[in-house]
Design a protein around this ligand. Sequence first.
Ligand code: ADP
Ligand code: MG
Length: 248
Amino acid sequence: MNDSNVTPMISMTHVQKHYGDLHVLQDITIEIPRGQVVVVLGPSGSGKSTLCRTINRLEPIDSGEIRIEGELLPAEGKDLARLRSDVGMVFQSFNLFAHKTILQNVTMGPTKVRKVSSADAEKHALELLDRVGVTKQKDKYPAQLSGGQQQRVAIARSLAMDPKVILFDEPTSALDPEMVSEVLDVMVSLAREGMTMVVVTHEMGFARKAADRIIFMADGAIVEDTDPESFFTAPKSERARDFLSKIL
Ligand code: ADP
Ligand code: MG
């Protein structure tokens, strides 16, 4: 068997992190294989965003190890920049560059970081914009788009870097309800195409439809790590039962 088939896409080993006295990540150990779609659930403040942010080192950790396809994520330097560009991130707040057009938002990373030619970057960007259904908006600026369109552009921008994994941190939480499904549909299609994804969301429909695995966190620790069917029909912990009773 080829090595890349067995090396996890992401591995976290005994990861600890504090914010002052707050033990925000408590001995997190997980392996996420290539192509897996992991939905991270848990009450507000349980450490879900911090978990995502440590995976591409937007947040440093106190101890433990994080590896991307077997390669240790360093604290800084060239290797960090390269590994980080393999890990896409889509945030609740879109985070598009306000003074760049939609097309420029998508071509910027590949031309600046990946050193792709402008012509190639533009060709790929147009394909991606088409795929997420916002081709018509290509010459507009982010503020001229709806939230749902902006978030789809954010996904296209992430895909333009040809990432190995994409982290989504509550990607639909800031959207008006009627725009949630247009973003989830794009995510479901990515999941079906085999993208490795870590998705923090409260959208249980998405979790049931697309997740291969549910990680339930509470107070900085992983409390359950199981398949969606088991989690939704027979949660083992009191914390998960309590969480589900409030959200479903
Ligand atoms: P979640 O995404 O599950 O709501 P977070 O990872 O955002 O949880 O936060 C976990 C805990 O860490 C919360 O108690 C939050 O207040 C705290 N926290 C998050 N970011 C910081 C920070 N930069 N400094 C201090 N405390 C933080
Ligand atoms: Mg959060």
